[in-house]
Design a binder for this molecule. Sequence first.
Ligand code: GAR
Length: 218
Amino acid sequence: MSGRKKRTAILISGRGSNMTAILKAARDPDYPAEIALVLANNADAKGLATAANEGIKTAHVDHRPFKGDREAFDAEIQKVLEANDIELVVLAGFMRILTASFVERWTDRMLNIHPSLLPSFKGLHTYERAIEAGCRLSGCTVHFVRADMDSGPIICQAAVPVIDGDDADSLSARILVAEHQIYPQALALVAGDRVTVDGMRVTIRHDEPVDGSVQLVN
Ligand code: GAR
C-alpha cells in the first residue's frame, strides 16, 4: 500500500463482531488502517478477549467509577487514545453516549455503525421499528460521529430486504452480515484518505466507476 497505515482504535461494549470483521480485514498488508488498540468500557466485553487473543493491545476504561460524570470518563478515554498515538476511532457497538467536546475533537476522524438506513430509525430498537413501519428494506449505516446521536455524514450504507415473517432476531442477523461487509470498507476509505466531507455530504474517490443500476428487492 502507498502511505502509512493510520493508527486506529476500536471502542466496544460487548460481542465485538464488527471489531472482528475489521481485525480480519486489517490483516491484509494493503489495508490502510492498523488496529493499534481495542478499548472497552466493561471488562467482560467478549470482544476484549477476542482482541487480546489476536495479539491486539487492549484497554479497559470502566465508566462506573465516574458516576455519570461523562466529561471525566471521556477525558480518561482521550488520555488512553493519546497515549497510543491514535489517529482514527471506530465505534463498534460502544454503548456509551460521548460528550460533545470529545466528539468535536474527533470530527471526521471517528466512525460509528448503526443498524438502520439512517436518517430513518435513529436510536434503539431499530429492527422492531423498521418491521412495525412496514419497511421492505432495512440495513446499516457507517457515518462520521457528530454530537447529535446517529446524525453524522454518511460514508457507506447497505440495504437488506425485510422478509415477511421477520422478527427482530432474523432481521438483525441479516443486517449484521451487511455490517461486517461495510464497516471494514468504510474504514478503508477513510484511512486511505479517499473521502471528503462537505456538510452532511461525503464524497468518495472510487477506483472503479460506480454501478448506478436500479436494484429491485422483493
Ligand atoms: C451492531 O449491530 C451495531 O450496529 C449496533 O450494536 C451492534 C454491535 O454488535 N450498534 C448500535 O446499535 C449503535 N447505535 P457487535 O458488538 O457484534 O459489533
